[in-house]
Design a protein around this ligand. Sequence first.
Ligand SMILES: Cc1cc2nc3c(=O)[nH]c(=O)nc-3n(C[C@H](O)[C@H](O)[C@H](O)COP(=O)(O)OP(=O)(O)OC[C@H]3O[C@@H](n4cnc5c(N)ncnc54)[C@H](O)[C@@H]3O)c2cc1C
Length: 442
Amino acid sequence: METELTGRIVTPGDPGYEEARTNLNLFHAKYPDIIVFCQNEQDVINALTYAREREIPFRIRGGRHSYLNLSSIDQGMVIDLSDINHVKVEGDMAEVGPGADLERVYKKLWKHRLALPAGTEFSVGVTGLTTGGGIGYLSRVFGLTCDLLKSVRIVLADGKTGAKAVAADRKNHPGLFWAIRGGGAANFGIITSLKFKVKPIGEVSIFTVDWDFDHFEDVYQTWQTWAPFTDEKLTSSIELKTKKQDTLTAEGQYIGPKEELIKLIQPLIKQTDPRSVKVAEVPFNRAFKYFNYPAGNEPAYFKRSGSFVHQLIPPRGIAIMKKFLENSPNDDNVIWQQALAGAVQEKSPSETAFFHRKALIAQEYNSTWKHEHLARRNVIWVEALRKQMAPYTQGDYVNWPDLSIHDWPTSYYGDNFERLREVKTEVDPYNVFHFPQSIPPL
Ligand SMILES: Cc1cc2nc3c(=O)[nH]c(=O)nc-3n(C[C@H](O)[C@H](O)[C@H](O)COP(=O)(O)OP(=O)(O)OC[C@H]3O[C@@H](n4cnc5c(N)ncnc54)[C@H](O)[C@@H]3O)c2cc1C
């Protein structure tokens, strides 16, 4: 007898279908035939078995933030985890449902004065973020989100048509546990629970500095020679907006008092003529709300890509960034960078599947537009920028996937790709979990 679907099921024609099918990126809109909102692990096992028995193509979804909407599919089935979103704290460990978003994680942990190093936008899903790596304003002090992951439960394909749940940690399925810390879990199975070691937190100090676009070269050069090398308790980013927007903004978070942060940012502001400098000491919950931009949580048309910076960008590369921001097809396009190093570098590139440990900076090329017909010129802008910056950058973050990257295995996974393929062969020899740029079995 064939398996039946369990959970909350939404299909085309249902009143909630439009909301249920829409992901954050409107550019890659998808129209699945079935969306199953799983309520527990058994629903996930049933959904995967149902899809396999009937040979229905499927995707796994959490926070809906995949740049390419790899978490949805036309005609097939979406296995959605967002209703399983609990956060349970016990001592310095937190058990998190796979569908929790960062807002829920941060707020629940804050009640215990605890934190997980993770991203900034509230609506990003914890599973997608963690299993690709997880970069944010606590990275330099506590590491990537995946570095705090201690175990998962994950539903794997079993035999020709079945599914089974297993625990993965350092002792059980160690290869799989290695792979899902930077290799992207969707390549291997469906995560149904994550356990993190979390960190005590209280007051933090935050800063924002703005400059006019005219100071581009000076500001960028000063930031890149400072941000990856300053005190590890300080993580900062820089947002380079278009010439029309006329604003370059550095922000960051320091685990320590305001007076110390003021001293630490002196090299950044002393000779760069900022338009404004704001520094504040606040409880951590005010800091994570400050760094969440509501617009980033709303569905929009966008194309994003990225790369890592291992050696400081020379004047020629800085000139390219400036030229693209002066000639952008869209005032809202930005280049965004975040300093890494610090605790991110404490692990070697092979210790987890996140390969880009040695990078100084993670860099994004972001374009957002308001109407469908504006896609082409904005996509070209991102792809041309990425190409021209290639001599000064390396690879890309798997959480910023881009189909125009043809050498994606090396770009996302570097020397870890072969080992990822071995794990894939072990846990998913029939390649049940496949999608554009997914890891193939050997
Ligand atoms: C506005 C915005 C802000 C961002 N900010 C940051 C940031 O600060 N730091 C950072 O590191 N990244 C950031 N990202 C990138 C983000 O980490 C990735 O987009 C991530 O994949 C999103 O996960 P999701 O669950 O929200 O998305 P989804 O689209 O639901 O899923 C993303 C991928 O994860 C897979 N997946 C989801 N749930 C599961 C599961 N339970 N089991 C197995 N596979 C699963 C999906 O199949 C898909 O391949 C941001 C993205 C956006 C759009």
